[in-house]
Write a protein that binds this ligand. Structure first.
Ligand SMILES: *Cc1c(COP(=O)(O)O)cnc(C)c1O
Length: 227
């Protein structure tokens, strides 16, 4: 718990420094702690340390942990992984925000699962690489997808999300992302969230305007081997 506290504090200090260096207010940035592969007890420890936004990338894990921790009603669960359409209902049940909407069929499945009268916050994931397996809509399809999702009554388009490419420095990729964010706002004017930045590249993401950082191992420590 002490190690977790000090890693969290160290990351938050680096976020604040990077924000100030970019002329931004640190309080305009939401730090999501990615807890994938770690047990629910770690999420409970993070909650005790004041963390309220946590991220998971697999539906089964999201469903299990959010059920185990259902007493922590102020935790916000962010789904950040590639989503299968048939898992949309389970994802919608457990998540407060879905960052990885990258196709109309997934939006339709999430929409169809919205039967409780609530509205689900979603981000459109854009692919910053030429590899379709990396997830995300191709940039040239962004406006078309935005128009489609904006027409889903139980979804609210909040912004854009991306993962930095592996074979390119993060800064130019995030600069492209900032341009896609502007294009999204031309379709959905209040969709001003930018979800970008992980352990290796959150400073570059902040410089490029990220509003939501998804940080895992720098805070949680190394991930346990996936079972
Ligand atoms: C795992 C993951 C992260 C966090 O990765 P770290 O390098 O541990 O910070 C962020 N975003 C997505 C989509 C992830 O799957």
């Amino acid at each position: 718990m002490d190690d977790l506290r000090s890693r969290l504090a160290a990351v938050d200090a680096r976020i604040a420094d990077a924000a100030r260096a970019a002329g931004r207010d640190p309080s305009s940035i939401t730090r999501i702690v990615v807890t994938k592969f770690h047990p629910a007890t770690l999420v409970a420890d993070l909650h005790r340390l004041g963390v309220r936004d946590v991220g998971e990338n697999r539906q089964q894990e999201l469903t299990a942990k959010s059920a185990q921790l259902s007493a922590l009603t102020d935790l916000r669960w962010h789904f950040i992984g590639q989503a299968q359409t048939k898992k949309a209902r389970a994802i919608r049940t457990a998540a407060g925000v879905v960052h990885s909407v990258d196709r109309a069929r997934l939006a339709d499945a999430l929409e169809a699962a919205g039967t409780d009268g609530g509205v689900l916050d979603v981000l459109l994931q854009v692919n910053l690489t030429a590899d379709p397996d990396r997830g995300g809509v191709a940039p040239e399809e962004l406006e078309r997808l935005a128009e489609h999702v904006a027409g889903c009554r139980t979804l609210r388009v909040r912004g854009i999300m991306a993962v930095a490419p592996l074979d390119e420095p993060a800064a130019p990729a995030f600069a492209r992302l900032a341009g896609y964010a502007r294009r999204l706002r031309a379709v959905v004017p209040d969709a001003d969230w930018i979800s970008a930045g992980m352990t290796a590249d959150f400073v570059e993401a902040i410089a490029a305007g990220a509003t939501h950082l998804r940080i895992g191992s720098a805070i949680t420590g190394p991930r346990p081997v996936r079972i």
